[in-house]
Design a protein around this ligand. Sequence first.
Ligand SMILES: *Cc1c(COP(=O)(O)O)cnc(C)c1O
Length: 411
Amino acid sequence: MDEELSLNGKILHTDYAKADAYNALSMPVYNSAAYEFETAEQMELAFTGKVADHTYSRITNPTVEYFEERVKAISGAYSVTALNSGMAAISNTIINIAQTGSNIVTSRHLFGNTYSFFTSTMAAFGVETRFCDLTNADEVEAQIDENTCAVFLEIITNPQMEVVDLKSISSICKQKGVPLIADTTIVPFCAFNAQEFGVDIEIVSSTKYISGGATSLGGLILDYGNFDWIASPKLHSTAKEFGKAAFTAKLRKEIHRNLGAYMTPQVAYMQTLGLETLSLRYEKSTKTCLEFVNRVEKLPAVESVNYTGLPTNKYYELSKKQFGEYPGAMFTFDLASREACFSFMNKLKLIKRATNLFDNKTLAIHPASTIFGTFTSEVKKLMTVSEKTIRISVGLEEVNDLITDFEQALK
Ligand SMILES: *Cc1c(COP(=O)(O)O)cnc(C)c1O
């Protein structure tokens, strides 16, 4: 494939691994659990990894592999692994690098299930989570020790909308020999080049932008192949054999096949189509989002609006440097009270009361009572999740439709 192609060109014209028997123009859905071999010898070569061939669809599948290849083509990643949810991508990544006694350095400003995965699921296996302020480089440096398996962050946190200076954090990580793992779900690869900012492992919930309008759940792990895993206690011996490919080798040869959360071919088909319109939808929804935010800010009942694309936002300059003029299609705003939020939510006519992000429809949610609804008020306070905040994910409607709904719901 031509290296000089545009992003959309690369997505649309990624070659198939093998010519299709019927010259199908869309990658067919290979709905098969297993694959037949002509000889026992060929079977041995495939099962022992000496020849790259499909053996069983929990491990690889042609339709899923094609989706992975497309993501590889546009991101420049060394390897891409598709899983059946964003949480599967996060859990597989962490289990791949952490062992009893390891610690993860991160912030309390985390997606709710990631927070719970770290503090409950991984804690039960003796993996410690060290929370700090990731916007304070000294604090991050002080938390890292020889048992730190990763610094984990979200590029724009939700619902706090905090932005970390990636170059500064990645230079600390490099100096300390610790990989930087970033959840980039909020700004996908069509608008943000994670590798350029020193991210070693990128995680995406493809349920969001990539699925093409909430069609399906999915997750992606992108390994840029830049990190030297010899310093990692868990991957040390794998790194002796595989060098910088150690993360992917451990993942694909052990963790991912043993946990069994590979993407299914039907989902890969839908998300491959989603990729084809990704930048188109991203451009439209983020432009609408910025325009919408500017108008929401002027509504009298709105106490404050939080969107890093606003010049008045404290992260504006950093956000612009890292994510461009339109940093995603999600924002939050505050009303006077929890009651005012509920009343607003209940009066919405067009905007849907639903969780999820980057559906083609605009969605509203009150995070404190839903995503964080089972967290104690103490934890919510530590996570800076306010009872007065509503989160909006902007879809593909015109801005006038949205503002009309807001105005009537705030009456
Ligand atoms: C939704 C989301 C996840 C989890 O993804 P699922 O596909 O729902 O498992 C992780 N991180 C962020 C930032 C998300 O928005």
